[in-house]
Design a protein around this ligand. Sequence first.
Ligand code: UDP
Ligand code: MG
Length: 314
Amino acid sequence: MTSVRLSIIVPIYNEEKNLLILYNRLTEVCNKCVGNEYEILFVNDGSRDASEALILELAASDKHIKYVFFSRNFGHQQAVSAGLDYVQGEYCVIIDGDLQDPPELIQEMRQKASEGYEVVYARRKARKGESFFKKTTASVFYRLLRSVTQTDIPIDTGDFRLMHQKVVDVVRKMPEKNKFLRGQIAWVGFRQTFVEYDRDPRIYGTTSYPLSKMLKLAITGITSFSDLPLRLATLLGFVVSGISVVIGFYALYSRFVIKDYVSGWTSLILSVLFLGGVQLICLGIIGEYLSRMYSDIRNRPLYIVKESNLEGHP
Ligand code: UDP
Ligand code: MG
C-alpha cells in the first residue's frame, strides 16, 4: 500500500450538486500538495439524493476516493468523527462538502504545518451568503462559549482544519458521545495556529443546520466545556434563598411588630412564581448534564456503517 500523507474528510448530506466540483477542486489541491499520496474520504450521512451513487462512481474511477456510508442520517459531528476514525494520513483535513470552505486554503494550512504546528484551523473573516440571523447567533455563541470555559476555543471557526496524526489519535480516543469536535481539538493542546479566509456562500442546496440543530450543538458545546451553568444554578439557589430569608424576617416583623398583615396576596403570588421559575431553571440545567451522562453510559455506537470500501470493512 502506498503511504498516505494527506487525508481529507468530507461529511456529505444531500450534496449531489456540489460533489463533482468539490472532487475536482480537492483533487487538484491534493495533487499540488502531496502528489499522489492522498486519500479523500467521503462520509455519506444518509443522504436522500444521488450523493451515494455519485460517490460510488467516483470511487470506481479513482483509487484515492474512499467512502463510508451510514445506515441513516446521524448528524454532522458523527460523520466527521467517523472520518477521524478511519483516516490514515500523516495529516488530515476536515472540510465541508458544500464548498463553503475553499479547498485551496489547504495549501496555506500545509505551509503553516510545515512550520511545526500540529493543528491549523481556518478562521472565518467574513461569511458571505449567510443570513444576518445565522451570523449574529453564531457570533454570540462563540463569544459566550469562550467566556464560560477555560479551554481556549477559537472564535469564528468551524470544523475546517488541518491536524497532525498525533492529534487525530488523541481525538479518536476521546470517549464522549456528544461530540463538539472544534472544542475537543482545542482542548487537546499541541501547537495550534490559524489561517484566515472568507467563507463562501453555499454553491447549491440549502443548509442542513436549522435553528434547532444549531441550538443543540451550542448546548453540547457549552455543557461539554463548562460547568458554569451548573455552578450558576447553585449560586442562583443561594441568592434566592438569601432573599427569601430577608423577606421572611420582614413578614414576621409586620405580623408581630407593626401588625399589618392582611395584605400580601401579591407578594405571595410573586414569590411563589419566582421560586418556581428558579427551581425549574436549575432542574433544567441539571437535566442537561444528566442527559449527557446518560448517553455516555448507554454507550450506543456513535454511527452505523452500512457500506464502505475501506480495508477490513464489509
Ligand atoms: N452534514 C452532514 N450531516 C448532517 C448535516 C450536514 O454530514 O446531518 C454535512 C453537510 O453535507 C456539509 C456539512 O455537514 O458538508 C455542513 O453542513 P451545512 O452546510 O448544512 O452547515 P452550515 O455550513 O450551514 O453550518
Ligand atoms: Mg455549509
